[in-house]
Design a protein around this ligand. Structure first.
Ligand code: CBY
Length: 432
């Protein structure tokens, strides 16, 4: 056992982060489990209105061995109802998450997967993604994050896919790993998990493949892992929201966390971010928690318990109490503009302190409907801006509405990003 290290950060936190063992996994030690409570509470207390969106939450709860039968039942029922209701419009990545969640950790919901033929339906969705790439200049129906989730799930559930046909699409040179020329770490991490599952299946001779397939798979994994490692800042990979899945990718395919210093650096920054409320969205909590408890999506078919589960968590099902101070609200003013190619429409709006980007967009729309009208769609990460001035984002053209502050792209969505006085906010018609 190594001596404990105390790492003060801004004088706020003192953590002793002792990895439980020397191996490639980097997880929170038993004594630090309580630091993960905010994540569990966020997941447990979230208001699940959208069935499919809770698949990610159910998957995590099961994977890390948090036992709460009532909650599991409620989530399972919602997911199953929604899967039946939305069958044709459900996307490849969503269906993959449904299968992973319902099938995780050997439970009775496996029957639903079988009776509803979900795995073969996923195979069809995957095929449709590839067909779309063939007919739309290499652009899938959704994106490579979802394609990777689909391949991972087909691989884990022994679905049918042809290695020789599929592997070439996952070359790290493929444009779908990049948004605006920048490597998407989330996407790369999910692809590493999928390709690692494929690699293991080939090695166990569970699927038919030749030597060339295995070689290619290995080369792609190594290259993607290097890209993830190059996107490192302060122990995070990409940003705080892509770090959990990057950790999973590194656990299964690299020696990075054999170095304890690397592990401490990541845990230190992540635990600090937890204490700062960075994971207030249930999906954000669900995506980081497995890695912190030493789990990866490749473990779904195994025994699901972890260092911190089941007793260590103090799960409260009460809504967290938010104290609203009784003072008159103060206001801030921000600049807001919509940019479409060379055309700018700008305005100044006044909103309450604590407002998010979406509030600014609403205030601008109220001022000038013609210039600032917009539409949103629900997503697990909150509202997604689908159109402004009736110009609609389109995956086949790789177009979207990009959110920026003072000229820099935001790493949070319109419903989460809290705006500051004097800031220059912008939505820009962009290509990724
Ligand atoms: N999930 C998906 O299909 C989404 C995959 C994902 C890689 C995702 C990030 C990662 C994840 N963990 O889920 C992703 N984003 C994608 C693919 C996309 C593209 C969506 C279109 C498509 N082809 O499917 C696109 C257009 C490039 C995109 N994300 C845009 C945006 C911006 C949204 C603006 C708007 N119009 O509302 C925005 C806000 C970036 C910007 N500055 O404009 C954005 N994404 C962000 C910030 C994020 C992160 C959210 C973080 C947060 N706290 O809100 C993200 C986690 C995520 C969701 N995007 Co995209 C990436 C990150 O910062 N680490 C599977 C499905 C089943 O749910």
């Amino acid at each position: 056992m190594r001596p404990s290290h105390q790492l003060p950060l801004l004088g706020l936190l003192l953590f002793s982060l002792i990895p439980s063992q020397l191996c490639q996994i980097c997880e929170v030690s038993k004594e630090n489990c309580s630091y993960l409570n905010p994540l569990v509470n966020t997941m447990v207390n979230s208001n699940y209105t959208k069935g499919i969106q809770s698949a990610n939450i159910l998957l995590t709860l099961r994977l890390v061995g948090i036992q709460n039968q009532r909650l599991e039942q409620q989530l399972t029922q919602q997911i199953q109802e929604d899967t039946n209701r939305r069958e044709s419009e459900i996307t490849s990545g969503e269906l993959a998450l449904v299968i992973l969640a319902l099938g995780a950790c050997k439970n009775l919901d496996e029957e639903f997967i079988r009776d509803a033929h979900l795995v073969s339906k996923l195979g069809e969705k995957f095929k449709a993604e590839i067909e779309n790439m063939e007919t739309h200049s290499g652009n899938p129906l959704t994106n490579y994050y979802q394609l990777s989730l689909a391949l991972l799930t087909l691989c884990l559930s022994d679905g049918s896919y042809s290695i020789t046909n599929v592997i070439p699409y996952f070359t790290p040179e493929n444009k779908n790993y990049y948004f605006g020329g920048q490597f998407s770490v989330d996407t790369g991490a999910m692809a590493v998990l999928a390709l690692t599952c494929v690699k293991r299946s080939i090695e166990k001779e569970k699927i038919e493949a030749d030597k060339k397939d295995l070689n290619e798979t290995n080369v792609y994994i190594t290259s993607l892992v290097n890209k993830i490692l190059s996107a490192k800042h302060d122990g995070l990979f990409g940003n705080i929201f892509s770090t959990g899945e990057s950790m999973q990718a590194l656990f299964v395919s690299s020696n990075y966390y054999k170095n304890e210093g690397n592990c401490q650096e990541t845990l230190h920054t992540v635990l600090y971010n937890i204490s700062q409320g960075a994971f207030h969205l249930p999906i954000a909590a669900a995506q980081i928690l497995p890695a912190l408890m030493g789990k990866t999506y490749l473990d779904v078919n195994k025994d699901c318990s972890s260092v911190c589960s089941p007793v260590k968590f103090n799960i409260s099902t009460d809504k967290p109490v938010t104290v609203t101070p009784i003072i008159s609200p103060s206001y801030i003013s921000v600049n807001y503009s919509v940019q479409i190619n060379e055309i700018f429409n700008s305005t100044k709006v006044t909103v309450r302190k604590g407002s998010v980007f979406l509030d600014v967009m609403k205030a601008a729309q109220k001022q000038n409907e013609a210039a600032f009208r917009f539409k949103v769609e629900d997503s697990p990460w909150g509202p997604y801006i689908i159109s402004v001035q009736d110009i609609r984002a389109n995956n086949n053209d790789r177009t979207y509405w990009e959110l920026l502050s003072n000229g820099q792209p935001l790493s949070q969505g319109a419903g989460s990003y809290v705006v500051k006085n004097g800031e220059y906010l912008e939505v820009r018609w962009s290509k990724y």
